[in-house]
Design a protein around this ligand. Structure first.
Ligand code: COA
Length: 188
């Protein structure tokens, strides 16, 4: 099965152990598209499959691991009809680094499920989670070259502020109001 299942809502499901096979299939898609997976080699933790990835995220949940500047965060799969479509990371607060790049929410959608409103729906759901955590305005960032992500953020109400100029990229930054009563995800 590819793409987004018809007529099933998009939900955020906390990552749980045991989803090795599904995760590996999604990872293959990212790699086939030439996309680097965010945790490959990051944090000096070697890639060791989903079990190791889940373990790393569990340790990161409370913040402070594996580096002191890691903030508390929740890790979700974006799912529809039981199929994993992507990943969302909700960070409970900002750090000086996250103020420049990363912000409160990170997301990625597997290539076969793109351009069907999945990231837009997932960001809306993440904004709802942040509202419940007491965050009134979420910082969301994307590379200036990432037109698709900029569209997602602007569609969720993002107000652009000054770009962050980093060594190897320029990062667009937006404040996005969090809301408990977000409109339903756009359907096609
Ligand atoms: C960015 C990303 C999350 C978008 O996911 P998605 O589910 O395809 O997003 P949506 O379908 O909700 O919206 C994407 C919009 O961008 C548009 N778009 C896609 N590529 C585009 C491009 N090159 N230029 C302009 N618009 C583009 C799509 O047409 C769509 O708009 P539409 O609904 O009006 O047609 C996905 O491409 C991705 O995972 N990329 C790699 C990881 C990444 O960049 N994550 C974000 C880091 S900030």
């Amino acid at each position: 099965m590819t793409g987004r299942p018809e007529n099933s809502p998009i939900v955020l499901t906390p990552m749980t152990p045991g989803r090795d096979v599904e995760f590996a299939q999604m990872l293959e898609e990212f790699r086939d598209a030439g996309e680097y997976h965010v945790y490959d080699g990051n944090f000096a933790v070697a890639w060791d499959g989903y079990a190791g990835f889940y373990d790393l995220l569990s340790r990161m949940k409370a913040g402070g691991y594996p580096r002191p500047d890691i903030v508390p965060m929740d890790s979700y799969f974006i799912e529809s009809g039981g199929r994993i479509l992507g990943e969302v990371y909700v960070r409970h607060r900002l750090s000086p680094w996250l103020e420049q790049i990363g912000g409160h929410v990170g997301y990625k959608v597997r290539p076969s499920a793109r351009n069907q409103g999945v990231a837009t729906a997932a960001l809306r759901l993440a904004l709802k989670e942040l509202k419940a955590l007491g965050v009134e305005s979420a910082l969301v960032t994307c590379n200036t070259t990432n037109a698709a992500s900029a569209k997602v953020i602007e569609r969720c109400g993002g107000q652009r502020i000054e770009d962050a100029i980093l060594e190897n990229r320029i990062e667009r930054r937006y404040w996005v109001p969090t809301r408990a009563d977000l409109p339903a995800a756009r359907r096609r």
